[in-house]
Design a protein around this ligand. Sequence first.
Ligand code: NAP
Length: 513
Amino acid sequence: MTAPSLFGTVLRLHKSRVLTAALRGHGLRFASFVHQEGYIGGQWVPAASGKLFPVTNPANGEVVGSVADMGEEETQAAIDAAHTAFQTWHKTTAKERSGLLRQWYNLVEEHKEDLARLMVLESGKPLVEARGEISYGSAFLEWYSEEARRIYGEVVQSPVTSKEMVFIRRPIGVASMITPWNFPNAMITRKAGAALAAGCTCVVKPAEDTPFSALALAELAEKAGIPPGVVNVVTASRGNTPAVGNLMCSSPKVAGVFFTGSTGVGKLLYNQCAQGVKRIGLELGGNAPFIVFNSASVKDAVAGLMVAKFRNAGQTCISANRVLVQEGVHDQFLAALKEAVEQQTVVGDGMKDGVTVGPLINAAQLKRVEKIVQETVACGAQVVMGGSVHSAGECFFQPTILTGVTEDMRAFKEEIFGPVIPIKKFETEEEALKTANATQHGLASYFYSQDVSQVWRVARSLEAGMTGINEGLISAAEVAFGGIKESGIGREGSKHGIDDYTYIKYLCFGGIN
Ligand code: NAP
Protein backbone atom coordinates (compact mmCIF):
# COMPACT_ATOMS: atom_id res chain seq x y z
CA MET A 1 0.00 0.00 0.00
CA THR A 2 1.60 3.26 -1.07
CA ALA A 3 0.51 6.82 -0.56
CA PRO A 4 0.16 9.23 -3.51
CA SER A 5 3.53 10.97 -3.67
CA LEU A 6 2.17 14.51 -3.57
CA PHE A 7 0.04 13.69 -0.60
CA GLY A 8 2.94 11.94 1.08
CA THR A 9 5.12 15.02 0.66
CA VAL A 10 2.47 17.27 2.14
CA LEU A 11 2.19 14.93 5.12
CA ARG A 12 5.90 14.84 5.72
CA LEU A 13 6.16 18.63 5.69
CA HIS A 14 3.14 18.80 7.93
CA LYS A 15 4.77 16.29 10.24
CA SER A 16 7.99 18.16 10.75
CA ARG A 17 6.16 21.47 11.19
CA VAL A 18 3.58 20.21 13.69
CA LEU A 19 5.72 17.82 15.66
CA THR A 20 9.02 19.58 15.91
CA ALA A 21 7.51 22.74 17.35
CA ALA A 22 5.68 20.82 20.06
CA LEU A 23 8.55 18.51 20.87
CA ARG A 24 11.49 20.90 20.78
CA GLY A 25 10.05 22.92 23.62
CA HIS A 26 10.18 19.84 25.82
CA GLY A 27 13.82 18.91 25.42
CA LEU A 28 13.33 16.09 22.93
CA ARG A 29 16.69 15.93 21.22
CA PHE A 30 16.01 13.47 18.42
CA ALA A 31 12.64 13.68 16.74
CA SER A 32 13.61 11.10 14.12
CA PHE A 33 11.39 8.44 15.62
CA VAL A 34 8.35 10.66 15.91
CA HIS A 35 5.98 9.61 13.14
CA GLN A 36 2.45 10.53 12.27
CA GLU A 37 1.96 7.77 9.69
CA GLY A 38 1.18 4.18 10.56
CA TYR A 39 3.79 1.47 9.97
CA ILE A 40 2.68 -1.29 7.61
CA GLY A 41 4.86 -3.83 5.83
CA GLY A 42 7.99 -1.81 6.59
CA GLN A 43 6.53 1.42 5.12
CA TRP A 44 5.35 4.58 6.84
CA VAL A 45 1.89 5.10 5.37
CA PRO A 46 -0.81 7.74 5.83
CA ALA A 47 -4.49 6.90 6.29
CA ALA A 48 -6.20 5.99 2.99
CA SER A 49 -8.66 8.80 3.71
CA GLY A 50 -5.80 11.23 4.40
CA LYS A 51 -7.37 11.99 7.78
CA LEU A 52 -5.39 12.66 10.93
CA PHE A 53 -6.47 12.83 14.55
CA PRO A 54 -4.85 15.07 17.17
CA VAL A 55 -2.98 13.82 20.22
CA THR A 56 -3.10 16.20 23.15
CA ASN A 57 -1.00 16.62 26.27
CA PRO A 58 -3.36 16.01 29.21
CA ALA A 59 -1.30 18.34 31.41
CA ASN A 60 -2.17 21.44 29.37
CA GLY A 61 -4.40 20.50 26.44
CA GLU A 62 -1.64 21.39 23.93
CA VAL A 63 -1.70 19.42 20.67
CA VAL A 64 1.46 17.28 20.65
CA GLY A 65 0.92 16.22 17.05
CA SER A 66 -1.46 14.43 14.73
CA VAL A 67 -1.55 10.82 13.62
CA ALA A 68 -3.08 8.88 10.70
CA ASP A 69 -6.69 7.92 11.35
CA MET A 70 -6.73 4.45 9.83
CA GLY A 71 -9.65 2.14 9.19
CA GLU A 72 -10.41 -1.32 7.86
CA GLU A 73 -8.50 -0.89 4.59
CA GLU A 74 -5.20 -0.14 6.30
CA THR A 75 -5.84 -2.79 8.95
CA GLN A 76 -6.34 -5.39 6.23
CA ALA A 77 -3.08 -4.21 4.62
CA ALA A 78 -1.29 -4.63 7.95
CA ILE A 79 -2.74 -8.11 8.49
CA ASP A 80 -1.74 -9.09 4.94
CA ALA A 81 1.79 -7.76 5.52
CA ALA A 82 2.08 -9.66 8.81
CA HIS A 83 0.77 -12.82 7.18
CA THR A 84 3.26 -12.58 4.32
CA ALA A 85 6.13 -11.86 6.70
CA PHE A 86 5.15 -14.84 8.86
CA GLN A 87 5.87 -17.23 5.97
CA THR A 88 9.59 -16.45 6.28
CA TRP A 89 9.86 -15.18 9.88
CA HIS A 90 8.74 -18.49 11.38
CA LYS A 91 11.56 -20.23 9.52
CA THR A 92 14.26 -18.07 11.12
CA THR A 93 16.30 -19.65 13.90
CA ALA A 94 15.66 -18.80 17.51
CA LYS A 95 19.20 -17.40 17.59
CA GLU A 96 18.41 -14.98 14.75
CA ARG A 97 15.21 -13.80 16.42
CA SER A 98 17.03 -13.50 19.72
CA GLY A 99 19.69 -11.28 18.13
CA LEU A 100 17.10 -8.97 16.55
CA LEU A 101 15.15 -8.64 19.80
CA ARG A 102 18.37 -7.85 21.60
CA GLN A 103 19.16 -5.16 19.05
CA TRP A 104 15.66 -3.69 19.48
CA TYR A 105 16.26 -3.67 23.25
CA ASN A 106 19.63 -1.92 22.78
CA LEU A 107 18.04 0.83 20.68
CA VAL A 108 15.21 1.40 23.15
CA GLU A 109 17.79 1.71 25.91
CA GLU A 110 19.87 4.09 23.78
CA HIS A 111 16.86 6.35 23.20
CA LYS A 112 15.40 5.95 26.68
CA GLU A 113 15.34 9.63 27.56
CA ASP A 114 13.57 10.73 24.38
CA LEU A 115 11.09 7.87 24.53
CA ALA A 116 10.31 8.83 28.13
CA ARG A 117 9.80 12.50 27.25
CA LEU A 118 7.56 11.60 24.34
CA MET A 119 5.52 9.42 26.70
CA VAL A 120 5.12 12.26 29.21
CA LEU A 121 3.79 14.52 26.46
CA GLU A 122 1.07 12.14 25.34
CA SER A 123 0.22 10.31 28.58
CA GLY A 124 0.90 12.94 31.26
CA LYS A 125 2.76 10.57 33.57
CA PRO A 126 5.67 12.10 35.52
CA LEU A 127 9.03 11.91 33.75
CA VAL A 128 10.58 9.73 36.43
CA GLU A 129 7.75 7.20 35.95
CA ALA A 130 8.02 7.40 32.16
CA ARG A 131 11.72 6.57 32.44
CA GLY A 132 10.73 3.68 34.67
CA GLU A 133 8.24 2.44 32.10
CA ILE A 134 10.79 2.52 29.29
CA SER A 135 13.13 0.40 31.43
CA TYR A 136 10.27 -1.93 32.35
CA GLY A 137 9.19 -2.11 28.68
CA SER A 138 12.67 -2.73 27.30
CA ALA A 139 13.19 -5.45 29.91
CA PHE A 140 10.59 -7.54 28.04
CA LEU A 141 12.58 -7.25 24.81
CA GLU A 142 15.73 -8.26 26.67
CA TRP A 143 13.97 -11.10 28.53
CA TYR A 144 12.34 -12.52 25.40
CA SER A 145 15.58 -12.21 23.43
CA GLU A 146 16.87 -14.69 26.01
CA GLU A 147 13.73 -16.85 26.25
CA ALA A 148 13.54 -17.22 22.44
CA ARG A 149 16.30 -19.82 22.69
CA ARG A 150 14.60 -21.76 25.46
CA ILE A 151 11.42 -22.86 23.70
CA TYR A 152 11.61 -26.61 24.12
CA GLY A 153 9.70 -29.66 22.97
CA GLU A 154 9.22 -33.05 24.63
CA VAL A 155 9.86 -36.68 23.77
CA VAL A 156 7.28 -38.89 25.45
CA GLN A 157 7.54 -42.59 26.31
CA SER A 158 5.80 -44.44 23.52
CA PRO A 159 3.48 -47.31 24.53
CA VAL A 160 4.67 -49.37 21.48
CA THR A 161 8.12 -50.09 20.04
CA SER A 162 7.10 -49.29 16.45
CA LYS A 163 6.42 -45.61 17.14
CA GLU A 164 8.22 -42.62 18.62
CA MET A 165 6.17 -39.68 19.89
CA VAL A 166 7.41 -36.11 20.05
CA PHE A 167 5.85 -32.72 20.84
CA ILE A 168 7.31 -29.60 19.30
CA ARG A 169 6.19 -26.00 19.80
CA ARG A 170 5.20 -23.99 16.72
CA PRO A 171 4.33 -20.27 16.45
CA ILE A 172 0.59 -19.64 16.05
CA GLY A 173 0.96 -17.07 13.21
CA VAL A 174 -0.23 -13.46 13.06
CA ALA A 175 -0.98 -11.94 16.47
CA SER A 176 -3.28 -8.92 16.79
CA MET A 177 -2.42 -6.65 19.72
CA ILE A 178 -4.66 -3.93 21.13
CA THR A 179 -3.07 -1.85 23.88
CA PRO A 180 -4.10 0.89 26.36
CA TRP A 181 -2.84 4.41 27.06
CA ASN A 182 -1.73 3.87 30.65
CA PHE A 183 1.43 1.93 29.67
CA PRO A 184 1.97 3.07 26.07
CA ASN A 185 5.33 1.30 25.71
CA ALA A 186 5.41 -1.71 28.04
CA MET A 187 2.03 -3.17 27.05
CA ILE A 188 3.39 -3.44 23.50
CA THR A 189 6.84 -4.85 24.31
CA ARG A 190 5.35 -7.35 26.78
CA LYS A 191 3.30 -8.82 23.92
CA ALA A 192 5.51 -8.23 20.89
CA GLY A 193 8.65 -9.52 22.66
CA ALA A 194 7.00 -12.86 23.39
CA ALA A 195 5.35 -13.07 19.96
CA LEU A 196 8.53 -12.40 17.99
CA ALA A 197 10.54 -14.77 20.16
CA ALA A 198 8.06 -17.54 19.36
CA GLY A 199 8.22 -16.81 15.62
CA CYS A 200 4.93 -14.91 15.30
CA THR A 201 4.39 -11.60 13.50
CA CYS A 202 2.12 -8.86 14.79
CA VAL A 203 -0.27 -6.01 14.11
CA VAL A 204 -0.46 -3.49 16.95
CA LYS A 205 -3.25 -0.98 17.52
CA PRO A 206 -2.28 1.49 20.25
CA ALA A 207 -4.78 3.64 22.16
CA GLU A 208 -5.98 6.85 20.55
CA ASP A 209 -4.41 8.89 23.37
CA THR A 210 -0.87 7.47 23.04
CA PRO A 211 0.03 6.42 19.48
CA PHE A 212 3.42 8.18 19.37
CA SER A 213 5.10 5.78 21.80
CA ALA A 214 3.94 2.84 19.66
CA LEU A 215 5.19 4.44 16.44
CA ALA A 216 8.53 5.20 18.07
CA LEU A 217 8.87 1.53 19.01
CA ALA A 218 8.13 0.59 15.38
CA GLU A 219 10.82 2.96 14.16
CA LEU A 220 13.34 1.37 16.52
CA ALA A 221 12.23 -2.13 15.46
CA GLU A 222 12.93 -1.13 11.86
CA LYS A 223 16.33 0.28 12.83
CA ALA A 224 17.08 -2.94 14.71
CA GLY A 225 16.72 -4.84 11.44
CA ILE A 226 13.45 -6.60 12.19
CA PRO A 227 12.15 -7.49 8.70
CA PRO A 228 9.26 -5.59 7.08
CA GLY A 229 5.84 -6.91 8.08
CA VAL A 230 6.98 -8.59 11.30
CA VAL A 231 5.86 -5.57 13.36
CA ASN A 232 3.04 -3.37 12.04
CA VAL A 233 1.29 -0.46 13.76
CA VAL A 234 -2.19 0.72 12.80
CA THR A 235 -3.26 4.01 14.41
CA ALA A 236 -6.93 4.91 14.73
CA SER A 237 -9.19 7.42 16.44
CA ARG A 238 -11.86 6.21 18.85
CA GLY A 239 -14.41 6.52 16.03
CA ASN A 240 -12.58 4.07 13.78
CA THR A 241 -11.41 1.74 16.55
CA PRO A 242 -14.44 -0.64 16.68
CA ALA A 243 -14.15 -1.46 12.96
CA VAL A 244 -10.37 -1.85 13.19
CA GLY A 245 -10.71 -4.05 16.29
CA ASN A 246 -13.40 -6.21 14.72
CA LEU A 247 -11.21 -6.98 11.71
CA MET A 248 -8.23 -7.69 13.97
CA CYS A 249 -10.38 -10.31 15.72
CA SER A 250 -12.22 -11.78 12.75
CA SER A 251 -9.69 -11.98 9.91
CA PRO A 252 -8.97 -15.59 8.94
CA LYS A 253 -5.31 -14.56 8.61
CA VAL A 254 -5.12 -13.70 12.32
CA ALA A 255 -4.29 -16.56 14.68
CA GLY A 256 -4.70 -14.83 18.03
CA VAL A 257 -5.75 -11.60 19.71
CA PHE A 258 -3.90 -10.13 22.69
CA PHE A 259 -5.51 -7.27 24.53
CA THR A 260 -4.80 -5.08 27.53
CA GLY A 261 -7.58 -2.75 28.55
CA SER A 262 -10.95 -2.56 30.21
CA THR A 263 -13.03 -5.59 31.07
CA GLY A 264 -15.92 -4.31 28.95
CA VAL A 265 -13.88 -4.09 25.76
CA GLY A 266 -12.14 -7.37 26.62
CA LYS A 267 -15.49 -9.16 26.73
CA LEU A 268 -16.46 -7.65 23.38
CA LEU A 269 -13.22 -8.85 21.77
CA TYR A 270 -13.63 -12.30 23.37
CA ASN A 271 -17.02 -12.53 21.67
CA GLN A 272 -15.63 -11.36 18.34
CA CYS A 273 -12.87 -13.97 18.55
CA ALA A 274 -15.31 -16.82 19.19
CA GLN A 275 -16.47 -17.02 15.59
CA GLY A 276 -12.97 -17.77 14.32
CA VAL A 277 -11.94 -19.74 17.45
CA LYS A 278 -8.88 -17.51 17.90
CA ARG A 279 -6.27 -17.79 20.59
CA ILE A 280 -6.89 -15.01 23.08
CA GLY A 281 -4.93 -13.27 25.79
CA LEU A 282 -6.82 -10.77 27.95
CA GLU A 283 -5.20 -8.50 30.54
CA LEU A 284 -8.21 -6.64 31.90
CA GLY A 285 -9.23 -4.38 34.73
CA GLY A 286 -8.72 -5.04 38.42
CA ASN A 287 -10.14 -3.95 41.76
CA ALA A 288 -7.17 -4.75 43.99
CA PRO A 289 -7.65 -5.15 47.74
CA PHE A 290 -4.84 -3.83 49.95
CA ILE A 291 -5.11 -5.35 53.44
CA VAL A 292 -3.24 -4.15 56.51
CA PHE A 293 -3.41 -6.59 59.41
CA ASN A 294 -2.75 -5.78 63.06
CA SER A 295 0.60 -7.58 62.85
CA ALA A 296 1.82 -5.44 59.94
CA SER A 297 4.63 -2.94 59.96
CA VAL A 298 2.53 0.21 59.55
CA LYS A 299 5.49 2.11 58.15
CA ASP A 300 6.05 -0.52 55.41
CA ALA A 301 2.33 -0.73 54.65
CA VAL A 302 2.11 3.03 54.12
CA ALA A 303 5.19 2.99 51.88
CA GLY A 304 3.71 0.09 49.88
CA LEU A 305 0.36 1.80 49.47
CA MET A 306 1.99 5.03 48.26
CA VAL A 307 3.59 3.04 45.42
CA ALA A 308 0.60 0.82 44.72
CA LYS A 309 -1.79 3.77 44.60
CA PHE A 310 -0.07 6.83 43.18
CA ARG A 311 1.91 5.34 40.30
CA ASN A 312 0.48 6.90 37.13
CA ALA A 313 -1.95 8.91 39.30
CA GLY A 314 -3.72 5.68 40.20
CA GLN A 315 -4.28 4.75 36.56
CA THR A 316 -2.80 1.27 36.60
CA CYS A 317 -4.70 -1.99 36.47
CA ILE A 318 -2.88 -3.20 39.59
CA SER A 319 -3.49 -0.01 41.61
CA ALA A 320 -4.62 -0.64 45.17
CA ASN A 321 -8.33 0.10 44.92
CA ARG A 322 -9.92 -1.09 48.19
CA VAL A 323 -7.90 -0.51 51.34
CA LEU A 324 -8.89 -2.69 54.31
CA VAL A 325 -7.28 -1.88 57.66
CA GLN A 326 -7.68 -3.95 60.83
CA GLU A 327 -9.11 -2.01 63.77
CA GLY A 328 -6.00 -2.36 65.97
CA VAL A 329 -3.84 -0.31 63.57
CA HIS A 330 -6.52 1.67 61.70
CA ASP A 331 -6.02 5.07 63.33
CA GLN A 332 -2.23 4.81 63.39
CA PHE A 333 -2.19 3.76 59.73
CA LEU A 334 -4.54 6.57 58.71
CA ALA A 335 -2.44 9.24 60.44
CA ALA A 336 0.80 7.94 58.87
CA LEU A 337 -0.83 7.67 55.44
CA LYS A 338 -2.18 11.22 55.58
CA GLU A 339 1.27 12.51 56.49
CA ALA A 340 2.87 10.53 53.64
CA VAL A 341 0.37 11.78 51.07
CA GLU A 342 0.83 15.38 52.22
CA GLN A 343 4.61 15.15 52.13
CA GLN A 344 5.23 12.93 49.12
CA THR A 345 2.68 13.90 46.49
CA VAL A 346 3.39 16.82 44.21
CA VAL A 347 0.66 17.35 41.61
CA GLY A 348 1.53 18.97 38.28
CA ASP A 349 2.84 18.69 34.74
CA GLY A 350 4.85 15.47 34.56
CA MET A 351 7.66 17.27 32.75
CA LYS A 352 8.38 19.44 35.82
CA ASP A 353 11.01 18.36 38.32
CA GLY A 354 9.68 16.86 41.51
CA VAL A 355 6.17 16.15 40.24
CA THR A 356 4.91 12.77 41.44
CA VAL A 357 1.24 12.88 40.39
CA GLY A 358 0.39 13.93 36.85
CA PRO A 359 -2.99 14.56 35.23
CA LEU A 360 -5.59 11.92 34.46
CA ILE A 361 -5.53 10.90 30.82
CA ASN A 362 -8.45 13.04 29.68
CA ALA A 363 -11.40 15.13 30.84
CA ALA A 364 -13.81 12.18 30.61
CA GLN A 365 -11.67 10.16 33.01
CA LEU A 366 -11.48 13.11 35.41
CA LYS A 367 -15.28 13.45 35.42
CA ARG A 368 -15.61 9.73 36.12
CA VAL A 369 -13.27 9.87 39.12
CA GLU A 370 -14.99 12.99 40.44
CA LYS A 371 -18.38 11.26 40.20
CA ILE A 372 -17.12 8.14 42.00
CA VAL A 373 -15.86 10.28 44.89
CA GLN A 374 -19.03 12.39 45.05
CA GLU A 375 -21.31 9.34 45.06
CA THR A 376 -19.18 7.55 47.68
CA VAL A 377 -19.27 10.60 49.95
CA ALA A 378 -23.02 11.03 49.39
CA CYS A 379 -23.42 7.44 50.67
CA GLY A 380 -21.68 8.28 53.95
CA ALA A 381 -17.90 8.08 53.43
CA GLN A 382 -15.80 10.83 55.05
CA VAL A 383 -13.20 12.91 53.21
CA VAL A 384 -9.93 12.93 55.16
CA MET A 385 -8.11 14.92 52.49
CA GLY A 386 -8.60 15.98 48.87
CA GLY A 387 -11.91 14.97 47.36
CA SER A 388 -12.15 17.22 44.32
CA VAL A 389 -10.60 18.55 41.14
CA HIS A 390 -7.08 20.00 41.54
CA SER A 391 -6.27 23.55 40.47
CA ALA A 392 -3.22 22.45 38.40
CA GLY A 393 -5.38 22.07 35.27
CA GLU A 394 -8.43 20.59 33.61
CA CYS A 395 -7.42 16.93 34.06
CA PHE A 396 -5.91 16.97 37.56
CA PHE A 397 -7.50 15.42 40.66
CA GLN A 398 -6.44 15.96 44.27
CA PRO A 399 -4.78 13.06 46.09
CA THR A 400 -7.69 11.88 48.17
CA ILE A 401 -8.31 9.73 51.25
CA LEU A 402 -11.83 8.56 52.13
CA THR A 403 -12.71 6.61 55.30
CA GLY A 404 -15.80 4.77 56.44
CA VAL A 405 -16.16 3.25 52.99
CA THR A 406 -18.32 0.14 52.69
CA GLU A 407 -18.59 -2.59 50.06
CA ASP A 408 -21.75 -1.19 48.52
CA MET A 409 -20.19 2.22 47.81
CA ARG A 410 -18.99 3.03 44.28
CA ALA A 411 -15.32 3.58 45.26
CA PHE A 412 -15.19 -0.05 46.42
CA LYS A 413 -17.29 -1.57 43.68
CA GLU A 414 -15.42 -0.04 40.72
CA GLU A 415 -11.87 0.33 39.55
CA ILE A 416 -11.32 4.04 40.35
CA PHE A 417 -8.36 4.75 38.07
CA GLY A 418 -7.46 7.93 39.93
CA PRO A 419 -5.45 9.10 42.99
CA VAL A 420 -8.16 8.15 45.47
CA ILE A 421 -7.72 5.88 48.52
CA PRO A 422 -10.96 4.50 49.99
CA ILE A 423 -10.50 2.85 53.41
CA LYS A 424 -12.68 0.37 55.32
CA LYS A 425 -11.99 -0.77 58.90
CA PHE A 426 -12.33 -4.51 59.62
CA GLU A 427 -12.23 -6.75 62.68
CA THR A 428 -11.23 -10.30 61.65
CA GLU A 429 -9.09 -11.98 58.99
CA GLU A 430 -12.14 -13.88 57.82
CA GLU A 431 -14.07 -10.66 57.32
CA ALA A 432 -11.16 -9.09 55.37
CA LEU A 433 -10.90 -12.09 53.06
CA LYS A 434 -14.64 -12.15 52.47
CA THR A 435 -14.62 -8.46 51.52
CA ALA A 436 -11.46 -8.76 49.41
CA ASN A 437 -12.87 -11.66 47.40
CA ALA A 438 -16.33 -10.15 46.94
CA THR A 439 -15.62 -8.95 43.41
CA GLN A 440 -15.69 -10.33 39.90
CA HIS A 441 -12.17 -8.98 39.39
CA GLY A 442 -9.04 -10.89 40.33
CA LEU A 443 -5.89 -9.21 39.06
CA ALA A 444 -3.61 -7.93 41.83
CA SER A 445 -3.99 -8.04 45.61
CA TYR A 446 -1.74 -6.90 48.44
CA PHE A 447 -1.50 -7.51 52.15
CA TYR A 448 0.80 -6.62 55.02
CA SER A 449 1.36 -8.99 57.92
CA GLN A 450 4.32 -10.24 59.97
CA ASP A 451 2.48 -13.35 61.15
CA VAL A 452 3.90 -16.29 59.15
CA SER A 453 0.82 -18.51 59.46
CA GLN A 454 -1.40 -15.64 58.48
CA VAL A 455 0.85 -14.86 55.50
CA TRP A 456 0.35 -18.37 54.08
CA ARG A 457 -3.37 -18.52 54.89
CA VAL A 458 -4.12 -15.17 53.28
CA ALA A 459 -1.75 -15.64 50.31
CA ARG A 460 -3.55 -18.88 49.41
CA SER A 461 -7.04 -17.51 49.96
CA LEU A 462 -6.98 -14.23 48.08
CA GLU A 463 -8.75 -14.72 44.75
CA ALA A 464 -6.32 -12.93 42.44
CA GLY A 465 -3.70 -13.80 39.85
CA MET A 466 -1.03 -11.88 41.77
CA THR A 467 -0.42 -11.07 45.43
CA GLY A 468 2.10 -8.66 46.88
CA ILE A 469 3.03 -9.75 50.42
CA ASN A 470 4.57 -6.87 52.34
CA GLU A 471 5.28 -5.36 48.90
CA GLY A 472 3.49 -2.75 46.80
CA LEU A 473 5.50 -2.96 43.58
CA ILE A 474 5.15 -6.41 41.99
CA SER A 475 5.79 -5.99 38.23
CA ALA A 476 8.88 -7.33 36.43
CA ALA A 477 9.65 -8.94 33.08
CA GLU A 478 10.57 -12.15 34.89
CA VAL A 479 7.14 -12.72 36.45
CA ALA A 480 3.85 -14.17 35.17
CA PHE A 481 1.49 -11.19 35.03
CA GLY A 482 -2.24 -11.80 34.71
CA GLY A 483 -5.57 -12.22 36.37
CA ILE A 484 -8.39 -14.61 37.15
CA LYS A 485 -12.19 -14.17 37.06
CA GLU A 486 -13.12 -11.21 34.84
CA SER A 487 -9.60 -9.78 35.03
CA GLY A 488 -8.41 -11.92 32.19
CA ILE A 489 -7.03 -15.02 30.57
CA GLY A 490 -3.39 -15.95 30.06
CA ARG A 491 -0.12 -14.63 31.43
CA GLU A 492 2.35 -12.08 30.08
CA GLY A 493 6.03 -11.90 31.06
CA SER A 494 8.10 -14.80 32.44
CA LYS A 495 8.64 -17.99 30.44
CA HIS A 496 4.85 -18.52 30.50
CA GLY A 497 4.33 -15.40 28.38
CA ILE A 498 5.41 -17.37 25.32
CA ASP A 499 2.82 -20.13 25.78
CA ASP A 500 -0.05 -18.23 24.14
CA TYR A 501 2.03 -17.53 21.03
CA THR A 502 2.82 -21.20 20.41
CA TYR A 503 0.84 -24.36 19.96
CA ILE A 504 1.93 -27.89 20.78
CA LYS A 505 2.38 -29.99 17.67
CA TYR A 506 2.42 -33.75 18.17
CA LEU A 507 4.63 -35.73 15.75
CA CYS A 508 4.16 -39.49 15.55
CA PHE A 509 7.06 -41.35 13.91
CA GLY A 510 5.80 -44.78 12.82
CA GLY A 511 7.28 -47.87 11.19
CA ILE A 512 10.26 -48.01 13.54
CA ASN A 513 11.90 -51.44 13.64
P1 NAP B 1 -10.08 0.49 26.89
O1 NAP B 1 -11.09 1.53 26.65
O2 NAP B 1 -10.53 -0.91 26.97
O3 NAP B 1 -8.99 0.68 25.73
C1 NAP B 1 -7.91 -0.19 25.56
C2 NAP B 1 -7.64 -0.36 24.08
O4 NAP B 1 -8.78 -0.94 23.47
C3 NAP B 1 -7.39 0.96 23.35
O5 NAP B 1 -6.45 0.74 22.32
C4 NAP B 1 -8.76 1.26 22.75
O6 NAP B 1 -8.69 2.08 21.61
C5 NAP B 1 -9.19 -0.14 22.38
N1 NAP B 1 -10.62 -0.27 22.17
C6 NAP B 1 -11.64 0.43 22.74
N2 NAP B 1 -12.82 0.01 22.23
C7 NAP B 1 -12.55 -0.98 21.34
C8 NAP B 1 -13.35 -1.80 20.48
N3 NAP B 1 -14.67 -1.70 20.43
N4 NAP B 1 -12.72 -2.70 19.69
C9 NAP B 1 -11.37 -2.81 19.71
N5 NAP B 1 -10.57 -2.06 20.48
C10 NAP B 1 -11.15 -1.15 21.30
O7 NAP B 1 -9.27 0.71 28.22
P2 NAP B 1 -8.54 2.01 28.67
O8 NAP B 1 -9.53 2.92 29.31
O9 NAP B 1 -7.72 2.55 27.58
O10 NAP B 1 -7.53 1.39 29.75
C11 NAP B 1 -7.89 1.24 31.05
C12 NAP B 1 -8.22 -0.20 31.38
O11 NAP B 1 -7.16 -1.07 31.03
C13 NAP B 1 -8.44 -0.38 32.85
O12 NAP B 1 -9.58 -1.15 33.10
C14 NAP B 1 -7.19 -1.13 33.29
O13 NAP B 1 -7.36 -1.89 34.45
C15 NAP B 1 -6.89 -1.95 32.10
N6 NAP B 1 -5.49 -2.36 32.09
C16 NAP B 1 -5.20 -3.66 32.35
C17 NAP B 1 -3.90 -4.10 32.39
C18 NAP B 1 -3.58 -5.53 32.66
O14 NAP B 1 -2.46 -5.93 32.42
N7 NAP B 1 -4.51 -6.33 33.14
C19 NAP B 1 -2.85 -3.19 32.14
C20 NAP B 1 -3.17 -1.86 31.87
C21 NAP B 1 -4.51 -1.48 31.85
P3 NAP B 1 -9.10 3.64 21.71
O15 NAP B 1 -8.09 4.28 22.56
O16 NAP B 1 -9.05 4.10 20.29
O17 NAP B 1 -10.48 3.68 22.30
